[in-house]
Ligand binder design. Sequence first.
Ligand SMILES: [Ca+2]
Length: 398
Amino acid sequence: MRRNPVKYLFIFSTALITLWAISCSGKTGNTAKVTKKPSSEAAADKADAVARTDTFTGTGTGAEVDTADAADAGISLVRMKQPEENAQYRTGETVKVVLSSPGSAPDSIMVWYDGRLAATLRSAPWECSIPASFTVSTGRKSVKITAYRKGRPRASVTRFIVMLSDIIPKRQGYKVINTYPHDRTAFTQGLFYDNGMLYEGTGQETGSTLREVDLYTGTVRRQLNLSPELFGEGITLYQDRIYQLTWKSRVGFVYEKSSFRQINKIYYQSEGWGLTTMNDNIVMSDGSNVLYIIEPEMFTVLSRLEVYDNRGMVDQLNELEYIEGEIWANIWNSDLIARIDPATGKLLAYIDLKGILRDPGTDTTIDVLNGIAWDSEGRRIFVTGKNWPSLFEIRVTE
Ligand SMILES: [Ca+2]
């Protein structure tokens, strides 16, 4: 390849000039953002700022200052010295917030934790502790401060911290109470029990079904085949309707339970993995550590639950079952079931089902553990897996 030194010198010079221009443009990433303007422009902005005092929406990981009011910019920057970005805490701990105001002082600083007002500071030292009553749930939480002067918000800083669980989860075992046959061709993605019957959703393109199954014989009593391009996922019963997700198509289906007639479609923004019904809401997983609490009629997300144990996030949450005030979730590609507190996101315990499928042999079609069903009247727990030959009634042991 021939090289042209003049051409390369030109490109290098252009790059240098561009870098210099960017460095002078005030875009400084996570640090303070201060835009200097000519005095006439600042004066115009000042008038504009007075007219829009309620429209300040500044957020970011660094400090942002509304410098439109340059003549009155004595507030200067407010910096957040503590907590640091991604700092880890445990639920029930207080979170110390330490701020500094290198210029003249603001009139007040409001401190928000996870969208809730935690404190209002009116004088130095600009410090406070977010109380333990705020830090009850796990997940990434925002700590946001907004500094005010003359009744106007002038600067805002937002940090995200990680709230781990304060519980060391128990590791529980199991005892097999009964073993029943399970269809070896059923790639189980959803499972629940109702009124003496098991309902199962199966996956794989061209193999996705919704089926009603006799618990004791494994016989399929009714079956609905999904379109071959769809990959069926979690199912759950809400009132007299069965909901079924698909994996990546972002569409799900609502059926009349009595007839399996499709009566509606549902749409969602993530992958579809597991479903269960928790009181008046539906809970959905998408393979991450987030569970979505969903209103069933419009299938709108009401809230998100970020699941963490004492060491970090617990992801790959798959098939779900709501059992006596807890959400149980298969953890994909493992023998573990996670017992989750829906009020806080804390991982309460792991049930280790290692060895439950005795001697699976060399059959490579047998896939992972997936599928939990709860018979609330008989207080029976059923588990199975994808293409497993058996379905088990189990009891959890300490
Ligand atoms: Ca289930």
